[in-house]
Design a protein around this ligand. Structure first.
Ligand SMILES: NC(=O)c1ccc[n+]([C@@H]2O[C@H](COP(=O)([O-])OP(=O)(O)OC[C@H]3O[C@@H](n4cnc5c(N)ncnc54)[C@H](O)[C@@H]3O)[C@@H](O)[C@H]2O)c1
Length: 318
């Protein structure tokens, strides 16, 4: 099958591209390289089954052209950063919601009917049920990111209903692993390289999170696409375990052989939209035969090792 992967040059996108190519599929990568990196696609570029289109999801003409011969769209392009939503109030709407409408419209015009959509556990806002199942109530959004992703989910489901699409909505916890280029491990390592004696944490460090390795996430996505048959499949992707941010800091500093003074800025949340507890119920994806192979600590350490071996990625941002 030929897949179109939007956001192919990003952290998650490039890992999925490699998995699809290894599985014998053809892949058209679609990316404007705003946060993506050509380095992540080095192996894919050498593969005869891969082609990169440099295009923007806000450009319907370029999207329509990229759809030729495609059987499945994995729509991952978007703004992945929750933190600065309130600084740029239009960004999440444009990059995550309007871009998703553009992708769906380009699919409709080209007769492509199957889409996998990268949503997020952030759509649950501050959940009240733990572990949080897919059908938990989530009436209140705590970030513009979550709101924009939820609107994207709604569009996918409306296209499934209205135009006979098959939609897969994946609500991920925070993902870790090779090519990781934003998030807590990245931020802490950058801070520790600048000052190994002191580390500032946003919030009180007691936020509880359930990180998932990108290989486990990729496996879940491919398995769901292969096995789920419903018109609309909504799946949490997460761990059956969680840790605190302070646990993760302990693993990171131990691995680096450092003992910095830890300064917490205080409060239950590090920033607007930082949920104090994210722990998703994964029974639905497990029922399809999936189980994560990497624990949380191993995922944090694997990420740290990759970043340490690829310091250029830490120097890339101002
Ligand atoms: N990383 C996580 O922990 C996580 C968790 C939940 C959901 N997600 C979602 O998964 C997706 C991928 O996240 P990621 O961590 O790989 O982020 P990333 O920033 O590494 O990748 C995003 C990719 O999309 C591309 N892109 C952005 N805007 C574009 C546009 N307008 N047109 C074309 N390409 C564009 C970027 O260049 C980049 O290659 C995002 O939609 C994100 O919201 C990520």
């Amino acid at each position: 099958m030929r897949f179109l992967v939007t956001g192919a040059a990003g952290f998650i996108g490039s890992n999925l591209v490699d998995r699809l190519l290894a599985g014998g599929h053809e892949v058209v990568g679609y990316d404007n390289l705003s946060t993506g990196r050509l380095e992540f696609l080095a192996a894919a570029m050498a593969h005869p089954g891969f082609r990169l289109v440099r295009g923007d999801t806000l450009d319907p003409t370029a999207l329509a052209a990229a759809m030729a011969g495609v059987g499945f769209v994995l729509h991952l392009a978007g703004n992945a950063d929750v933190r600065f939503g309130t600084h740029y109030p239009r960004r999440d709407l444009e990059q995550n919601t309007i871009a998703t409408l553009n992708v769906l419209e380009a699919m409709r015009a080209a007769g492509v009917r199957r889409i996998g959509y990268a949503s997020t556990g952030s759509v649950y806002g501050e959940a009240t049920v733990f572990p949080t199942p897919e059908d938990a109530p989530f009436p209140v959004q705590t970030s513009l990111y979550g709101a924009s992703k939820l609107a994207g989910e709604a569009l996918v489901s409306a296209y499934a209903e209205g135009f006979g699409f098959q939609g897969f909505v994946f609500r991920f916890v925070s993902i870790l692993g090779p090519r990781y280029q934003h998030g807590h491990v990245y931020d802490f390592l950058r801070k520790l390289r600048a000052n190994p004696q002191r580390l500032e944490l946003l919030g009180d460090g007691r936020q509880r999170k359930a990180y998932l390795h990108v290989d486990d996430m990729a496996e879940a996505v491919l398995l769901a696409i292969e096995r789920a048959e419903d018109r609309l499949t909504i799946l949490n992707l997460g761990q059956d375990d969680h840790c605190t941010v302070l646990d993760s800091v302990g693993w990171i500093t131990a691995r680096l052989g450092l003992a910095p003074e830890i300064h917490c800025t205080g409060g239950e949340r590090g920033w607007i939209g930082d949920n104090p507890f994210i722990f998703l119920d994964t029974r639905r994806i497990r029922a399809l035969g999936w189980a994560p192979r990497h624990g949380i600590r191993a995922s944090v350490e694997a990420t740290l090792d990759w970043l340490t071996a690829n310091p250029w990625i830490l120097e890339a941002k101002p």
